[in-house]
Design a protein around this ligand. Structure first.
Ligand code: GLN
Length: 487
């Protein structure tokens, strides 16, 4: 492979070259940094590039590779969403309110990757506090979709998705509270996995909605996704919500064989108003899996799905209103100092938070307030229970469920910024997963108008193995995941 194409490598291809010493971590890191220089002015996916520390980590990785006993991700450059705490490197959450905040510690996922001598190249742009579906709510700048620079990359992990689709690194990390990994993965034509609630530690992940948030990978293909999951999964002593569940070697499930697996297709995910090409691509993907030997059941119904959006927009803002109460300018971040504490806090929060974040704080505070709690928050929790029970029944019957990741492909920048309801609707197909705490995968399955379409697969709690198995088999039979934007 010629030196100017190194950034296009998958993890599994790069790993072979690194371990056989045909390629050095230094060369690979330089290739990615050059790619960043080449595309970043147009893409704007990154908030911070850590060139010096990345090259130092690369040299360290090369020493490790020389021992002949290096870990699977040694020497592999990655990009982290800017809500993962990184020691000594500013972490903004896409917000002004964290201005100047430099964490004194690494998030567990970052620590686990660095311990393997993976290389942290940059921090990615995002919607402020992960609230949004387009990355236009970043306090800094919007990110562009590498397939069409006039379109959004999705959100809230739009920077991580766009950066990977443009080959700025070999994988990236995002977070998914209501679709923020899967929706941008779908919009940018890469693989994105939202793990089971509890599968991956959230220590050092800045909280948005704690009963929904999960960290997960973006990868160029399913095999790479499995390799990253191997590295980041597992219980962590610093996160009491991380589950004491054994982590298998996810790569062992990638057999290419789906014979005998039962795939359910819930009709609530094929709605009026979705883009016809999206429906067609996803139906073709499902038909292909059927020809490959899976049994497909198209009569599945999850009737409470229609309440998921409303329940999510009570639960997530309620939790956000509590989580974001800590930003008062007293100990860190952006601060206005006025005559009294009250004036100072009001000015700090008033100027430090963007509009969408304020909208969520107000919605959540209202939903939790005395007299309204039962009508909104408690009701939403009851709906949450119904949705979870429906999934449980479905997974007693089917191994995975298949549907589109989003009802449309990426929309134009600015198309939905003045209409929050339209923006929220972009997540109708992804929110139920977070409400139920189950895992789901998005992978490329076609194009509409030159923009990628995402196929979504859902499975029961801690059954990421099934998602990866089916996703990988699908990739073996198709070439969608190999398509690259020309930038
Ligand atoms: N777009 C959804 C929201 O704005 C989900 C965001 C996310 O998953 N972080 O809340």
């Amino acid at each position: 492979m010629s030196g100017d194409q190194l950034h296009t490598l998958s993890i599994h291809a790069a790993r072979k070259l690194l371990h056989s010493r045909e390629l050095s971590a230094h060369e690979l890191t330089e290739a990615c940094l050059e790619r960043v220089d080449q595309v970043e002015l147009r893409l704007r996916a990154l908030l911070t590039v850590c060139a010096d520390s990345a090259l130092a980590q690369a040299d360290e990785a090369d020493r490790e590779l020389a021992t002949g006993d290096a870990a699977p991700l040694t020497g592999i450059p990655f990009i982290a969403k800017d809500l993962l705490c990184t020691r000594g490197i500013r972490t903004t959450c896409g917000s002004r309110i964290l201005e100047g905040f430099v964490p004194p510690y690494d998030a567990t996922v970052i620590e686990r990757l660095l311990r393997q001598h993976a290389i942290m190249l940059a921090k990615a742009n995002m919607d402020e506090f992960a609230m949004g579906s387009s990355t236009e709510h970043s306090a800094y700048f919007p990110t562009h979709n590498p397939w069409n620079l006039d379109c959004v990359p999705g959100g809230s992990s739009g920077g991580s998705a766009a950066a990977l689709a443009a080959d700025e690194a070999l994988f990236s990390l995002g977070s998914d509270t209501g679709g923020s990994i899967r929706q941008p993965a779908g919009f940018c034509g890469v693989v994105g996995l939202k793990p089971t609630y509890g599968r991956v530690s959230r220590y050092g992940l800045v909280a948005f909605a704690s009963s929904l948030d999960q960290v997960g990978p973006f990868a160029k293909d399913v095999e790479d996704c499995a390799l990253v999951m191997n590295a980041i999964s597992g219980q962590c002593p610093h996160d009491s919500t991380s589950a004491p569940v054994a982590v298998p070697d996810f790569a062992t499930f990638l057999t290419g064989d789906v014979r005998g697996l039962k795939i359910g297709v819930p009709r609530e995910y094929f709605i009026e108003g979705m883009q016809p090409e999206v429906r067609r691509s996803v139906e073709e993907a499902i038909a292909l899996l059927e020809r490959m030997g899976a049994s497909v059941h198209r009569d599945v119904s999850l009737p409470s799905t229609k309440y998921a959006l409303a329940a999510y927009y009570i639960i997530a803002p309620s939790e956000a209103s509590a989580n974001l109460a800590r930003y008062d300018g007293v100990k860190y971040g952006f601060a206005r100092r006025l005559a009294t504490t009250e004036e100072s806090v009001n000015a700090t929060r008033g100027e430090g938070f963007g509009q969408e974040v304020k909208r969520r704080i107000m919605l959540g505070t209202y939903a939790l307030s005395s007299g309204y709690y039962d009508a909104y928050y408690l009701k939403a929790q009851k709906v949450r229970h119904l949705i979870s029970e429906e999934f449980k029944r479905a997974f007693a019957e089917y191994d995975v469920l298949a549907m589109p990741t989003s009802p449309t492909v990426a929309f134009e920048l600015g198309a939905k910024t003045n209409d929050p309801m339209q923006m929220y609707l972009s997540d109708v197909f992804t929110l139920p997963v977070n409400i139920a705490g189950i895992p789901a995968l998005s992978l490329p399955c076609g194009f509409a108008g030159g923009l990628p379409v995402g196929l979504q697969l859902m499975a029961d709690r801690f059954r990421e193995d099934l998602l990866l198995k089916v996703g990988h088999a699908y990739e073996q039979a198709t070439e969608w995941h190999l398509q690259r934007p020309s930038l």
